[in-house]
Design a protein around this ligand. Structure first.
Ligand code: KG4
Ligand code: ZN
Length: 366
């Protein structure tokens, strides 16, 4: 070892003093919830997202990068490609989130990270980054369930929204009705028996040649189509709170096989008719479940919550039943880390601390 690398006793003592001082200042600051700065990390699928959140809803930065363009030609997310892209994107995303928030690592109060559900090869990248930061900075680590975090996107936009509420999570991997009794207390009252709503959007978009991800493509195409052109089946599976979307997907496929070559206007009308069938079931079942649970409000969340028809249909259905509807802006509907930080913040304030030996759980339940 060279001489220059050896610190004197005084230098070490000075460095320790500085560290202790910074930690004490951090402790004092964090007694005030507004000054808590949470770094959120989300890597459950093909998005690499990092955000800095002040208090419970002030988004200082919200960086989202995606490897969707690399999966486009496969028509769906390829786990190995997603994982590799996560490795390349994570550190630059952390740096950018801090830079945009005008913060340093030393300003942070807690690290919140998605530990599941999701693709294991993607989750592991975010979890490893979060553990490294928590360990090196001696910061509390807070694990977050990806599904729960989607619900928290509503509290970022509407911090005044209260529970109990009925949450509808509609994403690429899940379709779920959740009775939100209070923070951290949830009862899943219904879910899909086959395809998730977003999965159905993606598959039907592929059948219609509209590209990937399919949800936004169908949403766009449907604007020029007639939603009443084809009456696709509305699966109400015994009128309970469970969903099924494989029937409507098969019906679209059968319709196209019978028709053969389609004109642009026909594609638009098929997209609109499919979207109408899916959104009608989602809206109806959500308000029915809210009435059944005797709650006064509905939290819409997940990537499919960005769908313009679902938003307007649910708005109308809630109005008719005197329910208050909360909807995040589209950027907070699809995967992002601001919602992870928000969920992590609430868990942190409740005293949740996650051990540094936490592992990703691809099948984590709500
Ligand atoms: O929540 P999310 O970003 O990732 C998962 O956790 O799955 O959801 C992605 C899903 C995809 O299936 C995508 O097609 C769908 O959300 N999606 C939409 C819209 N924007 C995204 N579906 C319908 N209409 C949209 N505007
Ligand atoms: Zn998601």
């Amino acid at each position: 070892m060279s001489e220059a690398a050896v610190a004197t006793h005084e230098e070490v003592a000075g460095a320790v003093d500085t560290l202790v001082e910074a930690m004490e200042q951090r402790e004092r600051l964090h007694e005030d919830p507004e000054s808590v700065l949470t770094l959120g990390i989300e890597t459950s699928c093909d998005e690499t997202a990092v955000a800095v959140l002040a208090g419970d809803h002030e988004i200082r930065s919200n960086i989202v990068t995606s490897s969707a363009h690399l999966h486009e030609r496969f028509g769906g997310v390829v786990p190995e490609i997603a994982s590799r892209a996560q490795v390349q994107a994570i550190n630059p995303a952390i740096e950018e989130a801090l830079r945009e928030a005008d913060a340093t690592l030393w300003d942070l109060s807690a690290i919140a990270v998605t530990v599941g559900p999701g693709l294991v090869g993607s989750l592991v990248v975010g979890v490893a980054a979060a553990k490294s930061l928590a360990s090196a900075l001696d910061l509390p680590l807070v694990s977050v369930n990806h599904l729960e975090s989607h619900l928290y996107a509503n509290l970022l936009e509407h911090p005044e929204a209260s529970m109990p509420a009925m949450g509808l999570i509609v994403s690429g991997g899940h379709t779920m009705l959740v009775h939100m009794i209070d923070h951290g207390f949830y009862e899943v009252v219904g879910q899909t028996l086959d395809d998730a709503a977003g999965e159905a959007f993606d598959k039907v978009a592929r059948i219609l040649g509209l590209g990937f991800p399919g949800g936004p493509a169908i949403d766009r195409a449907a604007k020029d189509g007639d939603p009443g052109a084809v009456s696709f089946p509305r699966s109400l599976v015994g009128d309970g709170s469970d969903f099924s979307f494989s029937g409507v997907k098969t019906a679209v496929r059968r319709h196209i096989t019978e028709k053969g070559e389609l004109e642009r206007s026909e594609v638009a009308s098929l997209a609109a008719s499919f979207q109408e069938a899916v959104c009608e079931v989602l809206a109806q079942k959500t308000v029915d479940a809210a009435m059944e649970a005797e709650v006064g409000s509905v939290f819409l969340s997940g990537g499919v919550a960005a769908n313009t028809r679902l938003r307007s249909m649910l708005e109308q259905a809630c109005l008719e039943r005197d329910l208050r509807l909360y909807v995040p802006p589209p950027i907070l509907c699809t995967d992002n880390a601001a919602m992870v930080a928000a969920c992590g913040f609430h868990r942190f304030r409740r005293g949740v601390r996650t051990s540094l030996d936490v592992e990703p759980d691809p099948n984590l339940a709500l």
